[in-house]
Design a protein around this ligand. Structure first.
Ligand code: TMP
Length: 217
């Protein structure tokens, strides 16, 4: 018998460096919890003990050290662990799970950014996720130069990649959003953070209500 369809809601936040994803993730989670919805927050790479070790190994790399295929595999190894250990169980419990980055980051960074072939990237993602995709993805869209200025001082090898790489990543996210507009909400990350939260929450609350979550409060 095929596994039962997930009952919860899977939401991801995407965007380049310094777009404010973690601030928005906390603000949205707080609002959902106030509605009485069980809410799990997590991040990629990371979110599990193994995933956090893989994150540390990846992000402490020297410039140019990691082969791009290894980069693809390690991000997806951390993702496979997160899906098995955190995401699927949360959805099966009927929870809201909000993840700071997911597979769309791999398409943006490793496919558009690095130039890996789309079929290679798609098969790594398929292996890691088993086809699980978010119900809603919020893109915090920001011109890379602005994002870079916001993260100054906290850079890793990916943040140090050249400006053209970050332009391609942004183009990748925008192309993904344009291809499946019903799944994506694209927000201007230069808006005041409280305004971004209001716009994101309006969409998230509607998505929760569609699942019968958080209604009646
Ligand atoms: P973070 O700093 O937003 O937590 O993300 C860590 C870095 O990893 C960021 O530069 C984006 C990058 N990344 C990828 O290149 N591919 C991926 O699949 C994921 C999840 C993140």
């Amino acid at each position: 018998m095929p596994p039962a369809a997930p009952r919860g809601l899977f939401v991801t936040l995407e965007g380049g460096e310094g777009a404010g994803k973690s601030t928005q993730l906390e603000a949205l989670a707080e609002r959902a919890r106030k509605l009485g919805v069980e809410t799990v927050t997590t991040r990629e790479p990371g979110g599990t003990a193994l995933g956090e070790r893989l994150r540390a190994a990846l992000l402490s790399s020297e410039d140019g050290e990691i082969d791009e295929r290894v980069e693809l595999l390690v991000f997806n190894a951390a993702r496979a662990q997160l899906v098995a250990e955190v995401v699927r169980p949360a959805l099966e419990r009927g929870a809201l799970i909000i993840c700071d980055r997911f597979a769309d980051s791999t398409v943006a960074y490793q496919q558009y950014g690095r130039g890996l072939a789309s079929d290679v990237v798609a098969s790594a993602i398929e292996l890691a996720t088993g086809g699980l995709a978010p119900d809603l993805t919020i893109l915090l869209d920001l011109e890379p130069g602005v994002g870079h200025a916001r993260t100054a001082g906290a850079d890793d090898y990916l943040e140090r990649a050249d400006a053209r790489f970050h332009e391609r990543v942004r183009d990748g996210f925008r192309a993904l959003a344009a291809a499946v507009p019903e799944q994506w909400l694209v927000l201007d990350a230069t808006l005041p953070p409280a305004e971004v939260t209001e716009l994101a929450w309006a969409r998230l609350r509607a998505a929760l209500a569609e699942r019968g979550l958080g209604v009646g409060r």
